[in-house]
Design a protein around this ligand. Structure first.
Ligand SMILES: C[S@@+](CC[C@H](N)C(=O)[O-])C[C@H]1O[C@@H](n2cnc3c(N)ncnc32)[C@H](O)[C@@H]1O
Length: 451
């Protein structure tokens, strides 16, 4: 009973903080002050088609909803860069710890994660600006660092399997290193003194996931590139903007206004009163990227849904009798070191990067369409179960009893197989049309020749 009432009062406190955090919009936003067109509310769960039924959903799941009719083009919110959680806020509010982090050569995203832990567990609320925001953050995510081995198994064959393994390994390594060094540092120990919370893996993965799922990148006004204008991108978490959910058909857009140094949100469609307002986290994101970074998967696939291609899968397509196989191995291995290459197949297109590489990979071996068909069928072969088996499993009692993350993982693999098999059929249709055109041409030519 005592625990229960403690839990309720904790919840009340968080709700109170969330309300206050929203009220602080008056300070943060140019438009909200004149124009409170929306509010952050508990997400309504109505859709029967949802992959996760109500019982599987997190309790504290929020979204942004229109409080009035909003016309396309309306500016909804503008949060100043200085009001975001950023490396700069940490530099000012956690000066000594910041210096240690710079000394350890940490990536900006990791500085934000450690800074967030210190705010949440070690600093008195009165001493930092983002206190309401920090207190009202959700306590749990379904992102990669939360997947256990059994849950990952449902991703077998999917590129997300590799992505999650890599993410977990990198984060665990970083956590181990920091536990041996930074977290033992006197400055941190002093700051967090008297608190029972030590910086454990649970705190670390929560902070890491919070940054991954809520950050956006802005150009840092202080970092001018060597050419005098190119500016470095910095991760920041803008309060309130971080409550917008992702939608495939977004009704608002997040933009960084370099001149004013603010993160702006603008309606890009007419929005009805009461409707949830969605933004697009990244139009390049496939289902697997959303699952890995955000712990969320769209309900259904459409023509734009895509599947990632791993460099390793490209290596598999190189034939042993290929006269330029060594060059191809060399190219793919070189590309493996490059981070920003987007290899994605969707039902209606390929990314430019994948198209370019595929042209090269098929060179001297087969037509581009034949090559792509082979790549797609190779990918389909990586999954241990077929679409038909998956459909049966979805109706079983066993499926119903899975954890929420296992369900997401299973559905991702199922969606990817459907996308790939649709792409396979389209490629085959294209090959058939070309073949039949070719043979018609040659029949025509033959007749012409005879005449
Ligand atoms: C930027 S936050 C958005 C606010 C979040 N719903 C909350 O309550 O804090 C990103 C997280 O929201 C969730 N999310 C985003 N888009 C979603 C959607 N369309 N449906 C369900 N959850 C979504 C995921 O859990 C993701 O990690």
């Amino acid at each position: 009973e005592v625990t229960k009432s403690n839990e309720t009062s904790e919840k009340d406190k968080i709700n109170e903080y969330r309300k206050r955090s929203i009220n602080r919009l008056n300070k943060w936003s140019r438009f909200y002050k004149k124009n409170p067109l929306f509010s952050v509310q508990k997400k309504l769960i109505k859709d029967e088609q949802e992959i996760l039924k109500e019982k599987d959903r997190k309790e504290d799941e929020y979204g942004v909803f229109a409080d009035a009719k909003i016309e396309s083009g309306t500016e909804l919110l503008a949060v100043k860069w200085t009001s975001c959680l950023s490396v700069d806020t940490i530099q000012v509010e956690q000066r000594d710890i910041f210096e240690r982090m710079v000394h350890f050569n940490m990536a900006q995203e990791d500085i934000l994660a450690v800074g967030l832990i210190i705010y949440k567990h070690c600093m008195a609320k009165e001493t930092f600006n983002l206190k309401e925001w920090v207190t009202s953050l959700p306590t749990h995510y379904d992102t990669s660092l939360y997947f256990d081995e059994k849950e990952i198994e449902y991703l077998a064959g999917s590129p997300a399997f590799v992505d999650i393994m890599v993410e977990k390994e990198v984060a665990t390594k970083l956590y181990d290193q920091l536990s041996q060094t930074l977290f033992k540092d006197n400055v941190i120990l002093e700051m967090c003194q008297g608190q029972s919370t030590i910086i454990g893996w649970d705190q670390f993965r929560w902070a890491h996931s919070t940054i991954t799922a809520r950050k956006i990148y802005v150009t840092d006004p202080d970092s001018v590139g060597s050419d005098g204008k190119q500016m470095k991108l910095s991760p920041v978490v803008p309060p309130i903007v971080d409550y917008f959910n992702h939608g495939n058909q977004p009704s608002a857009e997040i933009d960084y206004n370099e001149e004013l140094g603010s993160v702006d949100v603008k309606a890009i469609k007419d929005i009805k009163k009461g409707e949830e307002i969605f933004v697009s986290y990244d139009h390049h994101y496939c289902g697997s990227d959303l699952l890995v970074d955000y712990g969320y998967l769209p309900n259904q696939i459409d023509d734009k849904s895509c599947v990632n291609v791993l460099m390793e899968e490209l290596l598999e397509t190189i034939n042993l009798d290929d006269p330029i196989k060594d060059d191809k191995y060399y190219l793919v291995n070189k590309l493996l070191e490059t981070k920003d290459i987007k290899l994605k197949i969707s039902m209606d297109s390929l990314t430019e990067d994948l198209l370019k590489i595929s042209k090269y990979m098929s060179y001297k071996q087969e037509s581009l369409l034949e090559y792509l068909k082979r790549l797609v069928s190779l990918k389909i072969g990586h999954y241990p179960t077929t679409i038909i088996q998956d459909k049966e499993f979805l109706l079983s009692k066993e499926y119903n009893q899975l954890s929420a993350r296992s369900k997401l993982a299973f559905n991702l693999a199922f969606q990817e197989k459907q996308i790939l098999s649709n792409v396979y059929t389209k490629l085959q249709e294209n090959i058939d049309t070309i073949d039949s055109k070719d043979s018609k041409d040659s029949v025509d030519r033959k007749i012409k020749d005879e005449l």
